[in-house]
Ligand binder design. Sequence first.
Ligand code: UDP
Length: 320
Amino acid sequence: MRALITGGAGFIGSHLAEALLDAGHGVEVIDNLSTGSIENIEHLKGRDGFQYTIDSITNEPLLAEQIDRCDVAFHLAAAVGVKLIVEAPVHTIETNVHGTEVVLTLANKKKKLVVVASTSEVYGKSTEIPFKEDADLRLGATWKHRWAYACSKAIDEFLALAYWKEKKLPVIVVRLFNTVGPRQTGQYGMVVPNFVRQALAGHPITVFGDGSQSRSFTYVGDVVDALMQLIAEPKAVGEVFNIGNGEEISILALAEQIKAMTGSPSDIVTIPYDEAYEAGFEDMPRRVPDITKLQTLTGYEPKVQLSEILTRVIDHFQKR
Ligand code: UDP
């Protein structure tokens, strides 16, 4: 099998590329390096069956050729990171909506399977924990830019499912829950790499809000396993799946755990959301996945739990 990964030089994409190569598949990557980095795929260059192109997915003639050469497209290219999204809302909406439209249009010509990466962010402020795929989505007002990301990803989901319904293009939609692991950068706001960097540097560990908000972190290797299991499962087509790990932790407890694990002298400080992001910023109080649907179909079980994830991320930063 040959797979195309849009956003393949990104954090998740580069791990997926490696796993597919390890499993003996061919891999083609397209990435414009907006948030990805060539460093992420440096170790894959020269491997049999690996090809990469630095370009935008809106270069349609190029993407069309790549899709033609592949059996499946993992569409991971997107504007990601709450910080980036709040600071560049136009870029976020245009990249996420138009990019997906291009991928689906081109894949449809030869009916190539497309896996569309969506996000747990689409559940918005819902308090119906754990989040189940068929739950209602609860987004905030349109002038709160955070929700533009959720909305742009929800449109991607609608569009992918519409292609399946109307044109029989095989699609699988996955909602990823706070994926973390080595190679994730803290540059775009993600909490785990930020806390680890701050702790190792002895800088204040910056908890936004009061730290009572919680997240369930998923190891990138578990996400990659789930993606590979799903494409092998015909019943996954036309469906939406949460990919996550049910282990929940508050952000304050996360800061304390990282401080303890690194033996850091850093203070843990709280910063109001208005200062950290923008006035009126709304956070999700809790975010926990219901992964029954994925488990029932594929037997998926998250293998790497939070303390081991943190060990691996700390180790990664220490080696740099
Ligand atoms: N967060 C934090 N300090 C940081 C970065 C993030 O307290 O330096 C908080 C953020 O406000 C959110 C949680 O950590 O409540 C997870 O943030 P992240 O951006 O990693 O992902 P999100 O779940 O918001 O998409």
